[in-house]
Every structure is written in C-alpha cells, then in structure tokens.
Design a protein around this ligand. Structure first.
Ligand code: 13P
Length: 254
C-alpha cells in the first residue's frame, strides 16, 4: 500500500511578520524548484502568520496548517480560534494534541478527540499527535501509552483521508535525542495495529503515520524511510528552508 509521504513543518511559537513571511517564501521557492517529488508539503505557522504565509505560498504546492483549534465553531471563548476560522483563512490542516498543548494547557485525549471531530466537521484534515514521556519510556510503558492515546484521541469519524497520526516521543522533541530505528518501527507498527482494531485493516493500511522529534536532514533517511513511517512532523529544522527541504530530499523519491 503506497501512502503519500507528508513533510510537515510545525513552526510552534516562532516567527514575526518579516522573517515568517520570508521563510514561507523560501520554502515555496524550494518546493517549486523540486516539483512535488511524490511528497506532500505542509507548513503550520502560528495563527498570527497564517494570512501572510498563505499569500507567500501562493502558486506553490505547499499546504497551510494551524497548530491548534477550539472545539466550538464560534462563541464566548476569549482568545481561542475555531476550526471554521482556520478553514476560512485557507488552512487545509490543523495539528491537535501536540504534547506541548497536552502539557502546557492540560489537554486530555478526550478533548483532543473532540477537537479533531470539530475540525473534520469544518472540512479540515487533522494531524493527531501521540507519544510517551521519558519516564513512561523508561518504565516500559511506551506502547501502552501510545495505544491508549490513539484509542482516546482519534474520533470515530476519522478516515485515512481526513486524519494523519504523528508519533512524537516527548523526550525527543527539541532535544536532539531520537529513538532507535527499531523503536520507531515498533511504535509505528503498534499504532497502525491500534488503528486497524478501531477502524479496520483497509483504513489502517491507508492512514499516514508521521514521526516527529529532532528530525533533521542527517537522520531523516533512517527515521523516515521505515515501512510504517509516512513522513515527518518537523519542529526546529522547519524554521530553516534549507533544512526543511533537506529532510524532504532525503525521503521523497525524485
Ligand atoms: P523538533 O523537531 O524541534 O524536535 O520538534 C518536533 C515537534 O514537536 C514537531 O511537532
């Protein structure tokens, strides 16, 4: 089963108007130079840059995503952004359940599940993040933690078309540390098996599962070319167009 590789950049809380727009332009240019290489490209800037990044990406095949959304379509939720608003701005994707939101904003899997469902209803695709902490890994709970997060965070209306899973071990994010290739293969296999249990074999065979956590051009060939790894969710390295595209070059077929 051939799944289209997705290389997604999560800019997190980085970028002001000038440098954020310049980064988007550079990514668009590099993506155009290369053609699609059989890959799908996505950048997820902070809310404040969505409109200017959308403009900067015009004419390229690089998609636009956001990093979070509220459950409701509108209403009295000061400071929040609804999936409909993101769709309205031209987003096609939204990340939900990133470990930084689970930790900083106490988001539970039940809430992540609701967010994903609301995003689907607004016509957005979702990237649902799961992953264990260092102490969970050290105590041998990695698979159980990821299976539970999948069970509780992926809504019933998920399909291979509207949902992407991202496995991001919390301890590998921004640390330069990565799991071994064997560990990544094991967790991705377990996540696909969990998806299969919940949605059936056909959906599981088609749903993309990304790896995220200290991905860079030098480790991308090993980490992202595994059988059950369908691309990367890239943080730090997505803030430099050359590194972001270097990761794509390492895994997307010419
Ligand atoms: P880093 O690539 O900086 O480790 O971040 C990964 C991540 O959290 C992407 O969502």
């Amino acid at each position: 089963m051939k799944r289209k590789t997705l290389i997604a950049g999560n800019w997190k809380m980085n970028g002001l108007l000038e440098d954020g727009t310049a980064l988007a332009k550079a990514v668009a240019l590099e993506a155009k130079k290369r053609g699609s290489q059989g890959c799908e490209f996505l950048v997820c800037p902070p809310f404040t840059l969505l409109t200017s990044v959308k403009k900067a990406l015009r004419g390229s095949k690089v998609g636009l995503g956001a990093q979070d959304c509220h459950v409701a379509a509108s209403g009295a939720h000061t400071g929040d952004i609804s999936p409909q608003m993101l769709k309205d701005l031209g987003c096609s994707y939204v990340i939900v359940g990133h470990s930084e939101r689970r930790a900083d904003h106490h988001e539970t899997s039940a809430l992540v599940c609701q967010k994903a469902e609301s995003a689907h209803q607004a016509g957005l695709k979702v990237i649902i993040c799961v992953g264990e902490t260092e102490s969970e890994r050290d105590s041998g709970k990695t698979l159980a933690v990821c299976q539970k997060q999948i069970k509780e965070s992926v809504p019933q209306d998920a399909t291979a078309e509207n949902t992407v899973i991202a496995y991001e071990p919390v301890w590998a994010i921004g640390t330069g540390k990565t799991p071994t290739v064997a560990d990544v293969a094991e967790v991705h296999g377990a996540i696909r098996a969990e998806i299969s249990k919940k949605f059936g074999k056909a959906v599981a065979a088609k749903m993309r599962i990304l790896y995220g956590g200290s991905v860079k051009p030098s480790n991308a060939p090993q980490l992202l070319s595994l059988e059950d790894v369908d691309g990367g969710l890239v943080g730090g390295a997505s803030l430099k167009a050359a590194d972001f595209m270097g990761i794509a070059d390492a895994v997307c077929q010419k």
